[in-house]
Design a protein around this ligand. Structure first.
Ligand SMILES: [Zn+2]
Length: 137
């Protein structure tokens, strides 16, 4: 049975649950019963491949075969393979963002975005665009 991540826009509950395909549009939150969003994540079935390498963002390592991945897991039993939709990653991301926001406020800005815009104006430079990728940490 495939498990999907569901995300409740109302109460913020994020969890894995089994949702039959026909119910993807009508699944409800187990906590507040409002409609949830079913997040479909790519599942690593036959990976990594030379054409589809797995980049370990946190470690700056690129794996190109499943034997490399097995080897890496063996050498690093504590390594976590997280998707950007995983709760652990989201929590970590929120924690970091809160710190960043707090330090921006300390420096007298409304928020981090305001600080960025201020600095951008000061420099008169174009901000580099951040490429979104599905890196695993
Ligand atoms: Zn809910």
């Amino acid at each position: 049975m495939p498990l999907y991540d569901v995300d409740c826009p109302k109460c913020g509950l994020v969890e894995d649950m089994y949702v039959p395909l026909k119910d993807h549009r009508s699944a409800t939150c187990g906590s507040c019963e409002s409609k949830v969003k079913v997040l479909i994540r790519p599942v690593l079935t036959a990976g990594p491949l030379p054409s589809k390498p797995l980049k370990l963002g946190g470690a700056d390592i690129t794996l190109t075969s499943s034997s490399q991945l097995r080897e890496y897991k063996k050498k690093n039993p504590k390594a976590m393979f997280l998707n950007k939709n995983d709760k652990v990653w989201k929590d970590h991301y929120d924690e970091v963002r809160n710190k960043v926001e707090a330090s921006a406020k300390k420096r007298g800005f409304r928020d981090r975005q305001a600080e960025k815009e201020y600095k951008k104006k000061q420099k008169g430079l174009k901000q580099p665009t951040i490429k979104k990728s599905s890196k695993v940490a």
